[in-house]
Write a protein that binds this ligand. Structure first.
Ligand SMILES: [Zn+2]
Length: 441
């Protein structure tokens, strides 16, 4: 703020940092059951901020304390299809002892707002609130209707948030054809002339599986050629070591083409280890989008050292690329073999849309206006988001939560990581980009 100008009215850029800090201070840890504090306090906070600028937000509680907030902004042309901007208000838990600054303090240090949710995703929640409040205070209606959704439970699959709304309150999304949400729009600085902004246009699907082997129970001292633990462990080890083949989806191919152009080098999809080494922090994000993956994550069997149990189980986090689910399941069965029973404990689809159209144009234009060396590129997310639920309504979903990041920040490592933090300048940049994006949406 310049000292020479008379007290200007509060802008989105002024507010965004405080909104983000206040949201972080509301503990919304999601333990995957109802043992956490829930999202009710955050839902009420958001509703109050929206009501202050004349909206009529609805709070929808799916289970005691598990609440989401939805509001609709009337645009200049309500006959056009509407845009959804969605964010989740829950966060994964944090162990305060591991952190430099308390994870629910929202402290500002070293130019960053620190705390659980700083990048996943109270930053975008705050940016959305800041932009909407600024626009409505100054009477700048969006060109079309915008539905805002601040959702519970994303970190546990959205059952009590997005999934609940889509299944039970779908009228809230009437007329919505496109959406923006998390895990996209962040920057990767290539050099002083080029900064890529990764727009999420695809995401992997998931099969979270339980594997079971039944064997013959018996005394640990006796001969037993049908030991469930031995059989299961061999199968799990085969799976854990298996490298699924590289499969280039439309999105990943287009990302690699952009990257190859940006870096001025030929990229060999069959030798991606060398390519990934050039990518620094985002290698973690991109590496897992080249192939299906299956990571063993839990093991269980037995109850006494001299008793061979009749059963052994393992859990595996399986992720498949858009278009490669059938191949994934066939590969799993082949690798695991006939002794292993495989059941899903949770499954969800993969998503993929094109990197084209007016909305994508609006993202590119807004980024370029705020960062002259910006280039927006499509990418595939290895995880999943609430977009999977909204896709059921035929909504075309993008990950676009714009952030300009300092090159040295390990952004991928911030997600669910210790010392999660977001640069203050990044938040303000995001507000400016989102505001321009809404102008043209
Ligand atoms: Zn998230």
């Amino acid at each position: 703020m310049s000292e020479s100008t008379p007290a200007p009215s509060v802008t989105g850029q002024d507010e965004v940092v405080d909104l983000c800090r206040e949201l972080i201070r509301i503990d919304t840890s999601n333990y995957g059951d109802h043992s956490g504090p829930g999202e009710r306090a955050a839902a009420e906070y958001v509703a109050e901020k929206l009501a202050e600028v004349g909206l009529e937000p609805k709070i929808i509680e799916s289970h005691q304390g598990r609440a989401s907030t939805v509001a609709r902004i009337e645009g200049e042309d309500s006959s056009r299809p509407a845009l959804l901007i969605h964010g989740h208000t829950d966060v994964v838990p944090a162990n305060a002892d591991d952190w430099t600054h308390h994870p629910f303090s929202g402290e500002i240090a070293d130019g960053c707002v620190w705390g659980r949710g700083a990048v996943d995703m109270k930053d975008m929640d705050a940016m959305t609130l800041a932009v909407v409040r600024d626009r409505l205070r100054s009477g700048r209606r969006p060109p079309r209707d915008i539905v805002l959704a601040f959702l519970a439970d994303e970190e546990a699959g959205g059952i009590y948030g997005a999934r609940h709304l889509v299944d039970n309150h779908r009228h809230l999304f009437d007329g919505v054809t496109e959406a923006i949400g998390e895990v996209g729009g962040f920057s990767f600085t290539v050099n002083e002339n080029l900064r890529l902004y990764l727009i999420e246009t695809a995401q992997k699907g998931m099969h979270w599986m339980r594997l079971t082997v039944e064997g013959t129970a018996g005394h640990g001292s006796m001969t037993n050629n049908d030991n469930a633990i031995t059989e299961l462990c061999e199968a799990v080890a085969r799976l854990g070591r298996h490298k699924f083949p590289v499969r280039l989806t439309k999105t990943v191919r287009s990302f690699l083409d952009e990257l190859s152009d940006a870096l001025g080098v030929e990229l060999d999809p069959e030798d991606m280890d060398a390519t990934l080494a050039k990518l620094g922090g985002i290698a973690k994000i991109i590496g897992a989008t080249l192939r299906n993956t299956a990571a063993p994550t839990m093991l269980g069997a037995g109850y006494k050292v001299n008793v061979i149990p009749g059963q052994a189980t393992a859990h595996v986090d399986g992720r498949f690329l858009p278009g490669f689910e059938d191949e994934f399941l066939a590969d799993l069965d082949r690798i695991l073999g006939p002794r292993v029973r495989r059941e899903d404990v949770h499954a969800d689809k993969a998503l993929e849309t094109g990197f084209d159209g007016d909305l994508v144009e609006a993202m590119q234009t807004a980024l370029k206006a705020e960062d002259p060396i910006a280039r927006a590129v499509p990418y595939c997310l290895s995880g999943g988001t609430d977009a999977k639920s909204f896709d059921d309504l035929g909504i075309r979903c993008f990950g676009f939560a714009p952030l300009k990041l300092p090159p040295e920040l390990d952004f991928a490592g911030m997600f669910h990581g210790v010392d999660e933090r977001v640069p203050v300048d990044g938040l303000k940049f995001g507000v400016r980009v989102l505001d321009r994006f809404i102008d043209n949406c």
